[in-house]
Design a protein around this ligand. Sequence first.
Ligand code: IVH
Length: 680
Amino acid sequence: MAKKKTNSAETVLTVKEAKAEIDKLSEEIRRHQYLYYVKNQAKISDLEFDRLFRRLQDLEEKFPQFKDPASPTLVVGSDLDKDFEKFQHKLPVLSLINTYNEEELLDWVNKTDPEGIYSVEWKIDGASIVLYYENGMLQNGVTRGSGGIGDDVTDNVKTIRNIPLRLPESVTVHLRGEVFMTFKDFDEYNEISSGKYANPRNLSAGSIKQKNSAETAKRPLRIFTYDAVFPEISKKFKTHQEILSKLEQLTFPVPPNTVFVTGSKIAKTIKDFKKKKDKIGFPTDGLVIKLNDVSKRDALGYTSHSPRWARAFKFDAVMKESKIVDITYAVGRTGKITPRAEIEPVSLAGTTVTFATLHNQDYIDELGIGIGAVVRVAKRGEIIPAVEEVVTPGKEIFKIPDRCPSCKTKTIKKENLVDLFCPNPDCPDRVKNGIIFYCQRKQMDIEGLGEKQVEFLYDHDYVKSVADLYDLKDYKEKLMEEEGFGEKSVTIILGGIEQSKQKDFRFVLPSVGLPEIGHKVTELLIEQGIDSMDQILSISKDETKLEALLEIPGIGPSTVEAFRENFADKKILKLLERLKKSGLKMKADPVKVADRQPFAGQSWCVTGSFENFQPRDKAMDLIAYYGGRKVSSVSSKTTHLLAGPGAGSKLEKANELGIEIYDETRFLELLKSLQIDPKI
Ligand code: IVH
């Protein structure tokens, strides 16, 4: 038989061999994904996995006729932007009735079936999803939507690593689950995104609705499935426990720690769950208690919105009822428009609350929120409380108008098709919030300039851009005459502004507030020796240099695009020029170094946690002070890895590359031998 030559240097494969290898690799990769994401028992390293994955991608490219429709390579997503089609659910996607204290819950148990068996599971705090499999193949992944019709987000769902695309048997099953992110994955992802996400739930919900599935593929999403209907074989399952076992057998991940107990044990079970809550590593907002017996469930039936056989039990939910008086919107510095409900004042967790966030139109639709509605509001992770549920609906479901409330420009939807944005960079609210951001502690840390003061300065034409802050001293006398700006506060403000000139490029660049260019990206650039605005400007003009940025781990195409776009923008260039003229430091200060440089020539990566170095940056700073180079990822150029408990793939990679590895004890010994005090 004629041998077909492939491009990869040494491999020569016949078509038949290629097919066999594609099948074998697909199977092997699927098995490893299952072991890693579902079973938490990786059998091979990330590097080995990547090698298999890339080999499969390579073969599929050369022999597209053999690409399996359920190929694991589909997890990389597609770059095509597309809007979502509406999908009519095959069964109503119901919600749960909430209970807020144990008494209420136990009362329900006693009234329903005190002797019966109940499952107690985590209520996962993510985005609800319905998966439709026909004959063992994933056909559709759909958001809950209104419960009747959802958005078809199949391409995005296919990128989620622990969702099987093909099942081990040819069954037809419709199942429900929650797409979520572990706290660890959220923190890592949020760090490279300059901390722009409030919590894992919001990020998960936004990720599942990306227009472009290649973007979803970058987000570390996972799923737990917790309910299923087998239209062809439903009679066979007598209990919820059997359904969950079946799901596991079909390689679906189910919520961990689920127990089946009689009604009388529920109180004790709740205590056990509460103890575990902070250790499970994924977000949960309570428990779901479900009657186990399917025939008993059927006898109890449903209300129009929820099953009578289940209850959600919310942990420590400090919720208050109030009425929506009005709905307004805030326009953030990025242009994002967040609708807010103005509510009758209620006291919640120690403060009087008059506003609650409504997130976006999808959220408003899902809950059925309108002016006049009686709602429950709660404080979760965020500072601003949110409307959690509707007790009595208002007149009609609220629709966010399509113009920016601040500048009346027509709003646009960006990548996730949920949030609305004002596209006008000169929009007064955007600019104001940009100045507020610049003054924040994490940024230029300007004393005396909070939200109120900036708003006043903007509205009274003192400061229309961050560059104007540095001219404010010329208006000292006038400002002192303004209400609320006495001599003392003006002195503090002007002192704060002057003081900010001590902050170097490390702070100036991220404080300007350009999309994608936050602290993390700035640090990555400085690590590579790109430590001044002049360098950034020259790179941004040069396509080859821009492309080269992609080689820095942690910098992706969207960041490069941000450099290309923003630093070609005349207004931004003018602003940077003015900041420079005002005396801001447009270059990173050299890091202070010791007289002795015992770590010179070494590149250290630090990962995991340490007893003596908290946060671990302290270990990094120490190494840098004594001449070492800090790097944030392990590569062939890394000479040492300092690894504490919790070190993950970096440790594995260092092992494979044969890099010198230190644990905390060995590192402390090294410091001692070099006569370095670990405390400085
Ligand atoms: S059962 C008819 N189980 O909570 C079955 N829901 O407030 C209803 N959720 O929309 C769902 N974890 O998105 C169920 N273990 C769990 C859950 C869970 C999270 C979500 C789900 C649902 C919402 C209801």
